[in-house]
Design a protein around this ligand. Structure first.
Ligand SMILES: [Mn+2]
Length: 330
């Protein structure tokens, strides 16, 4: 970890009088775990701060320390002189929290996405760690804050969710060493794995069912489409279908799984999942999105059917190209 950057982060926090902490829209375990870990770190440092995410807290993560303090909107009366964004690949991932901000704080960007565009004034971006939480496990002690049970619980949540329970490519001895230290600090691995990874909301399972019912598999690409109508049939409130992408990518003979989720105003959110050796980051980037090699996403605008047809045509072509390259290399 770059010592100059670490020192700059510490200096900025020490000097700040009011800090805004945020993470990405549609937050996952690494997003909320990392944000609440930073919150606990700032508490230990005696700092004033607010945690805001457009989509708020996710119920399954309500065991996280400070979960109740996560808000959906920035208090416009407050002036923040420092903002810390965790797990955001670019400034747009912060949503309205950033785009509608009226003050101009110094911005610290702490992230592990390979596509990170260094949008902060201070950027701590390490692309070869599995989670932002893993990065914070190294950073927090350097702020002279001890990782206690609460911080360890938050960080373990990020590690467990971004590695799908330490199962993905990119998990290193160092990842497991950090996980071991977090257990020693009081994190309950089995309980966190159960709450953050295994247990699902009933409505999420119903959303999977909607997607699986209409799943297609062609030319090594599987895809599922969830329309607004499908979502309303499950609930009037927004429901996550998180996990569906991994499920349909994990089919024998499938290289890439794609989930299309229709939002209002012809906005279509698209998630891509794959396993080695298949790369989905390049396609997501081509479509204006970003992410990791095996998990990436983007947003498109248009009629649902048109977007699906266009993106799947590209996905099939991308996989055919990658297959040709692999076949040639063997
Ligand atoms: Mn992450």
């Amino acid at each position: 970890m770059d010592e100059t950057i670490v020192n700059k982060i510490k200096e900025s926090i020490v000097q700040a009088s009011n800090i805004l902490v945020t993470t990405h829209i549609g937050p996952d375990g690494d997003a909320l775990g990392s944000m609440t870990a930073v919150g606990q770190m700032l508490t230990a440092m005696g700092k004033q701060f607010d945690m805001v995410c457009d989509d708020g807290m996710v119920r399954k993560f309500d065991y996280l320390p400070l979960a109740k303090d996560v808000r959906r909107r920035v208090d416009r009366k407050k002036i923040y002189d420092l903002m810390i964004a965790v797990d955001c690949g670019d400034e747009f991932r912060m949503g309205y929290v950033y785009s509608r901000l009226t003050c101009e704080p110094v911005l610290i960007n702490i992230d592990h996405h390979i596509s990170n565009n260094n949008f902060g004034h201070i950027n701590l971006v390490v692309a070869d760690v599995t989670s932002t939480a893993e990065l914070l496990a190294n950073l927090i002690p350097q702020m002279d804050v001890t990782i206690d049970k609460g911080i360890a619980t938050s960080l373990m949540t990020g590690l467990v969710t971004d590695t799908l329970g330490f199962r993905v490519t990119g998990v290193t001895g160092q990842t497991l060493k950090i996980a071991g230290d977090l257990i020693s600090a009081g994190a309950n691995l089995a309980e966190i794995t159960s709450k953050a990874l295994v247990l699902q909301e009933l409505n999420t399972i119903k959303m999977w069912s909607k997607g699986l019912n209409k799943m297609h598999v062609e030319d090594m690409v599987s895809w599922a489409v969830i329309s607004i109508k499908d979502q309303l049939a499950v609930s009037e409130d927004p429901v996550s279908s998180h996990g569906l992408g991994n499920m349909i990518a994990d089919i024998h003979g499938v290289a890439m799984g794609v989930v299309f989720t229709e939002k209002e105003d012809n906005e279509i959110r698209i998630g891509f999942r794959s396993r080695p050796p298949w790369d989905v980051a390049t396609l997501a980037a081509e479509l204006g999105g970003g992410g990791h090699r095996f998990a990436a996403g983007c947003t498109q605008h248009g009629e649902l059917d048109d977007v699906v047809q266009y993106v799947i045509t590209r996905a099939k072509a991308v996989i055919a190209e990658q297959k040709a390259t692999l076949d040639n290399g063997q």
